[in-house]
Design a protein around this ligand. Structure first.
Ligand code: DAK
Length: 257
């Protein structure tokens, strides 16, 4: 059986994960999610990996959870669903994740894309939460992250009708940060990853954590978290190096200390 998750790199600080179940439009079964979760463990532990890119094919990023697998689970099976731990692993990943999305990003596929910190879409991308058509509802953030990303009205429209939105609409709504030609989506995502890989790793880590807190905390708490994180950076060698390099008109050499 072909490997359902291809791993490349790290090259220039970036690892690329390619979802690879072409016969099922990259539907996310437990095995694929497990492989992704373990690949993230490896990437987390590797100091040479500074960012990861998750992508699919030109036709589909991922068409959702595997419907055949889901159909075999009853209430207890869903309650004890091993996929939940895999989703939590993705959410916990401390380094930046960039999603390069072409084609269908539906249901769990849209939810996986929303786990990314930066989302780049090809012009042919379609984002949707069609679970309602199956008599179910989103189960990996499609009613929560989607609201925070596109606002309640559009999220409600998508989740209640199951209608997908285009890449252009996703850009207008703030779900994606850039659109490009489908054949350039991955290249652009890798380029962004490489740019992040050249920054000071501890500053990157705390920036990601701090931006994410904006969704979990009220403004006063979030500002307090930001101030503490900012203060922590004052103890890093990379901060000194960054400030020195600017004043000496040279490129900084960050070491992650
Ligand atoms: N699962 C399994 N197989 C799928 C699939 C899916 N989600 N999507 C597509 N496929 C398979 C098709 O069955 C078909 O297989 P064969 O018949 O060739 O064997 C093959 O991929 C090609 O699909 P189509 O022939 O349908 O291709 P089309 O271009 O005509 O249509 C489509 C593309 C994306 C519009 C269509 O395939 C489609 O509507 N797919 C289903 C999309 C969908 O409903 N997605 C939501 C699934 S529910 C949770 C976490 C997450 C979730 C739930 C819980 N927890 C942690 C608790 C997520 C739930 C979901 O995502």
């Amino acid at each position: 059986m072909p490997n359902n998750l291809l791993v490349d790199g790290p090259a220039d600080g970036v690892r690329v994960f390619t979802l690879n179940r072409p016969d099922a439009l990259n539907a996310l079964n437990t095995e694929l999610l497990g492989n992704l979760s373990r690949a993230l463990d490896d990437a987390e532990a590797d100091p040479d990996t500074r960012a990861v890119v998750i992508t699919g094919s030109q036709k589909a990023f991922a068409a959702g959870a595997d419907i055949n697998e889901m159909a075999a689970r009853d209430l207890v099976g869903i309650l004890e669903d091993p996929r939940v731990a895999h989703w939590q692993r993705i959410d916990r990943f401390s380094k930046p994740i960039i999603a390069a999305v072409n084609g269908f990003a539906l249901g769990g596929g849209c939810e996986l894309a929303m786990h990314a910190d930066i989302l780049i879409a090809g012009e042919n991308a379609r984002f949707g939460q069609p679970e309602i058509n199956l008599g179910i509802m989103p189960g990996a953030g499609g009613t929560q992250r989607l609201v925070r990303k596109v606002g309640e009205s559009l999220a409600m429209h998508m989740a209640l009708t199951g209608e997908p939105i285009s890449a252009t609409r996703a850009l207008q709504a703030g779900l994606v940060s850039e659109i490009c030609q489908p054949e350039l989506t991955l290249e652009r995502a890798v380029q962004i990853g490489q740019s992040i890989a050249r920054k000071a790793p501890i500053a990157v880590r705390l920036t990601k954590e701090s931006v994410r807190k904006a969704n979990d905390m009220n403004l006063a708490e979030g500002l307090r978290f930001e101030r503490h994180a900012f203060t922590v950076l004052a103890g890093t060698e990379d901060r000194q190096e960054g400030l020195d390099a600017f004043r000496e008109k040279r490129k900084p050499r960050f070491t992650g200390r």
